[in-house]
Each structure stands twice: as C-alpha cells, then as structure tokens.
Design a protein around this ligand. Structure first.
Ligand code: P71
Length: 468
C-alpha cells in the first residue's frame, strides 16, 4: 500500500467539538491572533505540535499502573535506564521532565559566554538555551535546506565545509560540542543521512570536538535512512539507531516526540566530568537523579514508548500519514516544502501568500485564516518565531523560510480527519488573495511567539469558507 492504514484499533475516544467561524473569529480577537492563546477545546484538528500529543498504547497505560513512586531507586528508573542504554548506547542516563531541561542542564554546564554551538538548524528552545548562556547558536545546514522545492533526500545534513569554516573562525576551544538535530525540525522535519553523521564525526575527530544529537525524532530519521540510503533497506530500525548514536558522544531528547509520551525527556552521555556537574544541577532544579522531574509511572511509559517507536509497521504508517497529507496538497498545487518531512507538512507561506510582505507575517496570517475558517490549528515557523532585531541597527532580520507547520500527533487522528485538513487547505488556497497581513502589537524579549499579540491590517477582507 502506498499509504499504510492504521496498525492499531481505537480503544478509547475523546470527543472533539466543532465551532463556527464566527465563534472562532471572536476567540482569535481575544487571543490577539496568537494560536498558542486559543483554548484547545475550540480546535477541531490540532496540528500545533506533535510534541506531547501522542496517544499512548494500552501497554503504556498499563505501565502507568506499575509506577514505583519511591523517591530514590524506583524500579521504573532502572527499566528506563536499561532501555535508553540499549538504544542510544551512552553510559549515563539523566531523566528530565522534557527536552528543554536536558538542553538547559547540558548548556549551563558546558557553555561559557563567547562560546559557540553549531547545529544543522537549532530549534527555538535550543537556540534560546544557548543564547541564555551568552553563547552563540550557529546553523550550518546544507544550502538545499533553504530551497523549499529542492527534493534532495537528506536536507537535514550538515554542510561540512561550513562547519569547518565555523571551527576555524571561532576556534576549537570555543566550541565545546557540535549538535545534529534528527530530524531537522526547523528545516522541515528533514532527515540526516548516516553518511553525513559519519563524516561529521570524522571531521570533529580531527579537532577533538564532541558530537551530540538532538534526538527528539530519531526513529523517524532512522526510518528515512532505511528507506532512502543505500545499504540500510534490510537493517532493523534499532540496528540503524545503534549505529547512528555510536558516532556521537551523547544526546538530548524530548521524549514527547519519538518517546510516544505526553511528558518526559532525558540527557544521555559518556563524559564523566560533565555528568557530575549536570547531576548536581539536576538535583538543584529538577529532582533526584532517579526521577528527574517525573513520576515513576512516567518513566515506565517512556521506557515502553521508546521500544514501540522502533516498530516498522508503526513508522511506515506514521511517515505515510504525513506523506498522505502532503501529497493531497501537492497534487492540488498548494505550495509545500519538499520532500515531505517525517512529522509534519510545512506550507510555504511565501508562495501561498505572495501578496503579503514578510514584515506583515504571511505565515502567521495563513495560520490565523486556517483556524478561523476551519478550526484547524497549525503553527507559524517563520518571522514570528525566528525574526530578530539586528543589534546596533535595530533592523529586523527575516528568516529565509516562512512556513506554517502542520505537525501530526502520533496515533491520534484518522486518515479521514487528515483528508478534511487537506480539503480545507485546498479551499483556502483557492481564496488566498483575500487573506490579509498582521501587525505585531506586543512581543516578549525571548521566545516571543508564545505570547506575541497581533492586530489585523484589514478586517474588511474577512473571508468566508466554502466548506466548514
Ligand atoms: C515542536 C516542539 C515543541 C514546541 C516548542 C516550542 C514551540 C512550539 C512547540 C520541541 C523541541 C524540538 C527539538 C528539535 C528540542 C525541543 C524541545 N519541539 N529540540 O516541534 O522540536 O523539547 O518541548 O520537550 O522542551 O512542536 P521540549
């Protein structure tokens, strides 16, 4: 089958409510046109994020009942630790409540002001945590990543020439580690090839710089390697993951993605000295090392999720469902980022709304219209999330990519709901000239997209949906 059908049946259902465009228009005004401020109950299909939104399996729910809530030495911790070691292969396993805490612990330990961390493309929390230490977060992804039409199979790859240039410019001593984000979320959920990981490792060996993975979506990345990279078709996902992580020295992980849980994360690494400092900080801000800000039951659900995510039937359905949405849109001429990523379809807002200039937030305007007309919530990944004022001139720097990400929660929506999303977007695309831009009326100094507020530039252009 081109698009494998669901390899599960539904045991528990959560009703969702339809609202009207008029109701949603009012909610949008109250929320300052920021979709993070819309109550989830008023969303029909929620594609804001694939993070923490997975449906857990019956085995994971059963695991919750086996939670050992001892303060120290919970049996679930040992199960979790053994699971992480068997997949990722690093000696030390430090649980955290989610990914950004793993980032915070790592960067507050290894970074000093003036240092630099290169990555293919940093996700926003990663960048913010690095900059919070007074260090620089530098992107060095291959240039194809910035061309939404380029169909290269591994657009998450590190550009080794650029990486070496950064090392020469900044100096080896000011780069405590290099990151690779698998898959590369901010570049469209694009994978990194095993060959690129191997070459990155070889380059870093010459400078004795450690390599870490931002491993949120590692199983999806390994699935793409199996599908696209010569020599991997007959290898299991577990086997591919083990090879990949062997080239690194550690990883941060938000288990809210490929851990198939609603909360949880970890940091795993080999370096003894770093572990000591990280553990001390963990105890100060998060909790004792055998629970790290989570309940014993959460550790059990995470251990089980990390095993389930390696299942190939699950992964081919998962990546296939995302591809299904992408192909429906692509065949109707809707501009999307190619190739279709592992966890999300990215609408190319620059081409969808060429009449809206980047300073009027085309991707945010598109996300707002999609919610108002159809109750579908995506997330802006563009000028709101990544636009920056240049220090000195105060000039606003716009990111190269201006996108609305439709992130698909794992095991949550049926393909019929996905078809509804596609039909809605195709309808909106036909009426795109009527969508107007926005102006920002409030912004916080960091991670402004969560709390920013906007006003519409022209409310009279309000559009009526054909289907609703
Ligand atoms: C995503 C998220 C969650 C999110 C974050 C900010 C705005 C909207 C949604 C989180 C990631 C990620 C990567 C590659 C680290 C984190 C932080 N992504 N690295 O994509 O994608 O993990 O949320 O568990 O702290 O919607 P955390």
């Amino acid at each position: 089958m081109k698009f494998p059908s669901e390899p599960f049946k539904i045991k528990v259902v959560e009703p969702i409510r339809r609202t009207t465009p008029v109701e949603r228009d009012r909610l949008l005004r109250d929320a300052g046109y920021n979709l993070f401020r819309i109550p989830a109950e008023s969303v029909y299909v929620d594609l804001l994020t694939d993070s923490g939104t997975s449906a857990m399996s019956d085995s994971q729910w059963a695991g919750l009942m086996l939670g050992d809530e001892s303060y120290a030495g919970s049996k679930n911790f040992y199960h979790f630790e053994e699971t992480v070691r068997s997949i990722f292969g690093y000696t030390h396993v430090i649980p955290t409540h989610q990914g950004r805490m793993a980032e915070n612990l790592l960067f507050s330990t290894v970074l000093k002001p003036g240092m630099c961390v290169p990555n293919n493309i940093h996700f926003d929390t990663t960048r913010a945590n690095i900059e919070h230490q007074g260090a620089e977060a530098t992107n060095a992804v291959v240039k194809e990543a910035y061309d939404p039409a380029d169909e290269s199979p591994f657009k998450g790859n590190m550009d080794l020439g650029r990486l070496e240039e950064i090392i020469h410019r900044v100096g080896r001593d000011r780069i405590p580690l290099v990151l690779l984000t698998i898959t590369n979320n901010s570049g469209g959920g694009q994978p990194v090839s095993m060959e690129n990981v191997r070459e990155t490792r070889a380059l870093l060996n010459r400078y004795e710089i450690p390599l870490f993975f931002d491993a949120c979506r590692f199983a999806e990345n390994c699935f793409f390697i199996k599908e696209r990279e010569p020599g991997y078709a007959d290898r299991s996902i577990l086997d591919i993951a083990r090879e990949l992580f062997r080239y690194g020295d550690g990883c941060t992980m938000s288990a809210k993605k490929d851990g198939l849980v609603n909360i949880g994360g970890f940091l795993s690494l080999n370096d003894e000295r770093w572990v000591q400092d990280i553990t001390n900080m963990l105890i100060l801000v998060e909790g004792f090392p055998t629970y790290g800000g989570l309940a014993g039951r959460d550790l059990e659900a995470m251990a089980r999720g990390l095993r389930e995510v390696l299942d190939e039937d699950y992964l081919s359905f998962r990546v296939g469902q995302v591809r299904y949405l992408g192909e429906l849109l692509d065949h109707a001429g809707v501009p999307i980022l190619k190739p279709i990523g592992g966890h999300a379809v990215y609408l190319n807002a620059k081409d969808f709304l060429p009449h809206i200039a980047q300073h009027e937030f085309p991707a945010q305007s598109l996300a707002v219209a999609l919610y108002r007309d159809f109750g579908i919530r995506g997330v802006e990944i563009g000028t709101v999330m990544f636009g920056k004022k240049e220090t000195g001139t105060g000039r606003v720097l716009h990111p190269k990519l201006e996108m609305v990400r439709l992130a698909i929660p794992r095991r949550v929506y049926t393909n019929m709901q996905i078809a509804y999303v596609a039909e809605s977007i195709i309808d909106l695309y036909r009426r795109r000239e009527r969508i107007r831009g926005l102006t920002m009326t409030y912004e916080a100094p960091v991670l402004r997209h969560f709390t920013a507020r906007f006003e519409e530039l022209d409310r009279t252009a309000h559009i009526q949906p054909v289907i609703s």
